[in-house]
Design a protein around this ligand. Sequence first.
Ligand code: AKG
Length: 318
Amino acid sequence: METGAGALGLHGGAGFFLSDLRERGFLVFEGFLSAAELVAAQEALWQHYPRPEEHFADPAAHAWLSTSQWAGLIRAPWRSCNLNRLMFHPDLLDLVERFLGSADLRFYDAELWGKYAGAVDYEQQHHRDFANHTLVVPKRSDPATQLQNWIRLSDVGPDDGPTKVVLLSVAESVPYWPDTLDGSANEYVTSYLPPGAFADQEVPVTGPAGTLFSFRTDIVHRGSRMTAERSARFALLAHYDVWGPRWTGRVGWARDSNTAEWGDLIERATPRERSVFGFPAPGDPYWDEQTLADTQARYAKADLTPYRSGLSTGIDFG
Ligand SMILES: O=C(O)CCC(=O)C(=O)O
């Protein structure tokens, strides 16, 4: 039987998940992806990464994965629509809208992350991620304004390097910028908190492939060592906030928007999906006959009809 977020009622009853995010700082939702979505996305991974059996047969052939613990990060868009479409999975957008309290969502980064046991030591110390998601610090009096979402594409057990999180209430007293950091935040994940901090309170986020793990950028957490021999861990990371603040974000999507992957993504996406990247929405004054014609030339297979409705004036260059 197909499961997936819609089937499990995320659309209808997100209250439980929202209170997890507000009170605990994270949520874990097993069965977020349907079986078909999961299988298709897993197969697409091998367009970017070696299959685990290939890697472990000859790790030296994939030395790029050993250069740092972040070497396995690959930014969107990817080579398959079976991965790209997960960035704006309808149930993900639904959850994020409810949590951030706005439909004006901004998709501020997306990466795949592949980790292979033995490639490098993935152990980290506890830290908060906001330091490379905003220029300043979260405002404690506001509800959270950013949400990180990891769609797990492999099973993660206790020995597969699960992320370890500390409940918001438990780590509340840790200053946003602890005095263990120097001004430049060098070695952020090794000096934010001392080794062993929260060892008794941290919760390993384990779960089967297809699990959604969402967490706020102010939650204290860490990556952990992969201890199972021949373990491989894959996740798709999709980060959202709301259009508005000038001090948040990570990616200017236009920088790489002349690639084939980008063109395919935009051509297949709906106006709603395009809007999270900043693409002008239907009804935006940007659209007129000239911009429609030239945008159509750029994205030949895109259906731009929705942007045509509401055009009141304009010259027909066609
Ligand atoms: O990979 C993980 O489980 C967490 C990584 C992490 O927290 C980080 O790199 O900032």
